[in-house]
Unconditional design. Structure first.
Lengths: 112, 116
């Protein structure tokens, strides 16, 4: 079942913050976050496995709620390089060979 | 180090032609995945290999789609008698399977297929 991402698109001024959400109707095994620039490969950002988990590096972080049905990606003090389409990829059970089901994406544009 | 590479990067085919898309995974990566990405959409799973074994092909849309990885390294996705609805970007990803750990999938740049 495809996760739902919101918002579909967002425009930021450089330095502003953004939150991207990824929701499922049932508990997930894991959430993977990727960023994809036009015509390029999706680039891995992070994986979350545990309910209540939060992790991050630099100014990009993410959380996974206790029920493991929602994950949020937090972009702080955005930079021009953050522009792209963000996807969450989910696994709904272990042992599936890491097959991911991706959301429809959130287009992020950072402007000067 | 070298990442996942795919060839060709662009392919234009006439409806009815057969095409073959190649994926070179990261050296030593055991798992290999194929995804199809339509314009403006997220990638959709097609098939998965662990070494040379195709463990899941549930996402292949029809029997015109066939994938192989005969020596457990390079993989080829073949589409027979292409149709216009096959137009999409075909992404390959590989991961290093580590027992008991969650594995990151590293994606290639994709092959953009246009069927006229």
């Amino acid at each position: 079942q495809q996760p739902v991402q919101s918002p579909q698109a967002v425009i930021l001024r450089e330095g502003e913050d953004a939150v991207i959400n990824c929701s499922s109707s049932k508990a997930l095994y894991s959430v993977h976050w990727y960023r994809q620039k036009h015509g390029e490969a999706p680039v891995f950002l992070m994986i979350l496995l545990k309910g209540g988990e939060q992790k991050g590096h630099d100014k990009i972080s993410a959380s996974f709620n206790e029920k493991k049905q929602q994950s949020s990606l937090y972009l702080t003090a955005s930079q021009l390089s953050y522009s792209g389409t963000y996807f969450c990829g989910t696994e709904d059970h272990a042992g599936g060979g890491n097959k991911l089901t991706f959301g429809t994406g959130t287009q992020l544009k950072v402007e000067l | 180090g070298a990442g996942v590479s795919q060839s060709p990067r662009y392919k234009v085919a006439k409806r009815g032609q057969d095409v073959a898309l190649r994926c070179d995974p990261i050296s030593g990566h055991v798992s290999l995945f194929w995804y199809q990405q339509a314009l403006g959409q997220g990638p959709e799973f097609l098939t998965y290999f662990q070494n040379e074994a195709q463990l899941d092909k549930s996402g292949l849309p029809s029997d015109r789609f066939f994938a192989e990885r005969p020596e457990g390294s390079v993989s080829t996705l073949k589409i027979q008698r292409t149709q216009q609805e096959d137009s999409a970007v075909y992404l390959c990803a590989s991961s290093l399977v580590v027992v008991g750990a969650q594995e990151t999938q590293y994606f290639g740049p994709g092959t953009r297929l246009l069927v006229l």
